[in-house]
Design a binder for this molecule. Structure first.
Ligand code: ZN
Ligand code: ZN
Length: 347
């Protein structure tokens, strides 16, 4: 490879992806160049690959759940050293002026630049990052675990926004990576957690990660069974981590009067079927979240203090050149994947 070049998996347009040699980018301002050591594949990479993600532009390099080593720092990047190991929070640039930015709710920025969406991402040997959004990786957590600080931050954000407390009851719909991380954070908050999914192997992982009870919805609707198991009443919190019309409808059936519904799952459809009259008549609270905001430090502490275990979520590992296969696996055999990790330099 020529000097100053790197391998990157470029998505030139929807469904077209290939390994290319491209120039290693040069960090400007407060940017840092990161040598990528682990990049997990997430549902938004699948949407980006399919051309169904509203933020993703082409050509681009996908991948945003990542960690690595600082390889070079821009002239204005402060408090960073070459060789430092970091988890990368996905924001690259925020407008700083919209109401969300001004309120400090930077995850709702109206025109954000986000790694692996509208700026080059982590399925590459190197990637530029904003030094303000780099978080030191403690030596005791691996690069793979640090990459999963991203989905873990979604879970932390969801549980914090709900305000889940000691002795409360939570139903989580969906035992994918986000559901399994939310389960662990909700347990740390002192709640009893029941998990619902259609894939038995994922429910087994949920049990291993501390779910008090699990319910399989593949054959029959387990709503009545769940309510019976919860002492005959609805749950204090129902957390939806799938984003399908059926599971959105289920949320109001599982919540108690005055309970809270948290929608993490996002379908992209306008007319999602949540029963608003039930929300009104039962005085429920309906919450949404968009990623995370200032939650990375918490996630990294949870990982380094062994309070959350992300290792059971790592179901496959791929070399950089195989990033498309990793995305296709998640697309074609979703029941077998929690998180597939792309590892540059893996033979
Ligand atoms: Zn993601
Ligand atoms: Zn903004």
């Amino acid at each position: 490879m020529a000097m100053g070049e790197m391998e990157a998996v470029v998505c030139s347009k929807p469904m077209e992806m290939g390994v290319k040699r491209v120039p290693i980018p040069k960090p400007k301002g407060n940017e840092a160049l990161i040598e990528i050591r682990a990049a997990a594949v997430c549902r938004s990479d699948v949407s980006g690959y399919l051309g169904k993600h509203p933020l993703v532009t082409y050509p681009n390099i996908l991948g945003h759940e990542c960690s690595g080593i600082v390889a070079e720092v821009g002239p204005d990047a402060k408090g960073l050293e070459v060789g430092q190991e970091v988890a990368v929070e996905t924001f690259f640039e925020l407008c700083g002026r919209c109401p969300g930015c001004r309120r400090g709710q930077y995850n709702t920025c109206k025109s954000p630049k986000i790694i692996g969406h509208n700026v080059p991402g982590a399925f590459a040997e190197y990637m530029l990052a904003n030094s303000d959004f780099l978080h030191p990786k403690p030596g005791k957590i691996s690069f793979e675990e640090a990459a999963l600080a991203e989905p873990l931050s979604v879970a932390v954000h969801a549980v914090k926004r709900c305000g889940i407390g000691i002795g409360e009851t939570v139903a989580i719909i969906g035992a994918g990576a986000i559901g399994l991380l939310t389960l662990q954070v909700a347990k740390l908050s002192g709640a009893a957690v029941h998990v619902l999914d259609v894939v038995e192997s994922k429910l087994e992982v949920a049990k291993g990660l501390g779910a008090d009870m699990v319910f399989n919805a593949s054959k029959a609707d387990p709503t009545a069974e769940m309510l019976a198991a919860n002492g005959g009443e609805g749950y204090d919190y129902v957390i939806e981590a799938v984003g399908s019309p059926r599971t959105l409808r289920q949320t109001v059936d599982l919540a108690r009067a005055g309970g809270t519904i948290m929608c993490i799952g996002f379908s992209g459809r306008e007319a999602d079927e949540i029963c608003l009259s039930r929300i009104t008549l039962q005085e429920m609270r309906l919450l949404g979240i968009l990623g995370f905001c200032r939650d990375y430090p918490t996630s990294i502490k949870l990982l380094s203090n062994d309070l959350v275990d992300v290792k059971p979520l790592i179901t496959q590992r791929f070399a950089l050149e195989e990033a498309e296969s990793a995305i296709r696996l998640m697309l074609e055999r979703p029941n077998e994947v929690l998180r597939a990790i792309v590892i540059p330099g893996r033979a």
